[in-house]
Design a protein around this ligand. Sequence first.
Ligand SMILES: Cc1ncc(COP(=O)(O)O)c(C=O)c1O
Length: 403
Amino acid sequence: MASFLGIFTKRNLLVLSLALNLSLVLRVVYEGGKDGGPHGFSVEEQRGPSMADMGFGKEAQATQRTRLSVSSSSDQDVMEKVINLDHGDPTMYENYWQQMGGRTTVVIPGWQSMSYFSDVKNPCWFLEPEFAKQVVRLHNVVGNAATDGRQIVVGTGSSQLFLAALYALAPKDGSEPISVVSAAPYYSVTKNLFTCWQIKAKSNASSYPSMTDCLKSGLYKWAGDARSFNKEVPYIELVTSPNNPDGFVRHSMVNRTGGILVHDLAYYWPQYTPISSPSDHDLTLFTVSKATGHAGTRIGWALVKDLEVAKKMIKFIELNTIGVSRDSQLRAAKILEVMTNTSENLGSFDSHESFFKISYHLMAERWQLLRAAVNRGRAFSLPDFTPGFCHFLNQDSQPQPGK
Ligand SMILES: Cc1ncc(COP(=O)(O)O)c(C=O)c1O
């Protein structure tokens, strides 16, 4: 044994030891993920015909879908499991966009989009005209937002636009920072639930309270639950509808008038909720993260009625990032264009390629599996939602929140 070890240097042994430890950790993670351990929930990848069922073509038969299953377990065992519902990452639409293939490919030559400026005639000088055009087209086809008479402000995700809105709406000469509220439960993350460092890093990500107070601004401050807010002072209320995390349709909750409202309609799309009418608010936020699933493109947009408010938001983005990636806007424009074309049944697209129809069915399938899994245990329950008529799908549709 000694002579066998003798052929290794200390460095060899160190590398060997690290490799063994790593493979052990990976094995534990893999085994745990494969069958969910002896009890509780498991999430397993399996081949399924979901998109093919909808006539989406042969290749879609290889669609991978996530299946939730539950094995028999005692309540105590279930309590010992932690289910990560902390944050969402909309990769479930990847298969759809794979099927779209080259139709969404954008080629940007090296000489293109070099200037800081996209459109010097637009107050939002960093807004790509093609992106603005596709935003308007999409809203007109889906019917989820009025765009006439609005300034479009593009942002690095709707997260940046949220901060830009607070900056624009907060009085600059107030004796104290304006209160920012939202009805609980609001878009927020629970910290320190996780031991895995990667997940913990993500769990400290954005949320209304942490974004509002991050810089300890003298202009605005987080003031908690809108329902219990009773101070006789000016306030900004965030209305998220459908709401993250609970999925319910929301209206202003502060029990008095005079507040400044910001509507976060990240999830007001047909796959998540019935589209009852075009939204028509003073300041509304949307994002490709939830609409198309392209969270990594980091593009959101605000529809703003008051040009002066829009100009302040534009100023905020100018001061922070001197505009918004033109490349990302061009990519987002292409994605929105294809999405609208499939919805309008235009050109080479068949109706069974409609992004919203397919994503609606995908969400339905996932909720069905989730409900089946939850119903087999007693530890969790899920809310029931009331269906409503969706003017886009032209049928009664079921709210099926995403996150
Ligand atoms: C309600 C809500 N608003 C905004 C965001 C952030 O969107 P973006 O990726 O555009 O910054 C999220 C992300 O989860 C969200 O749930």
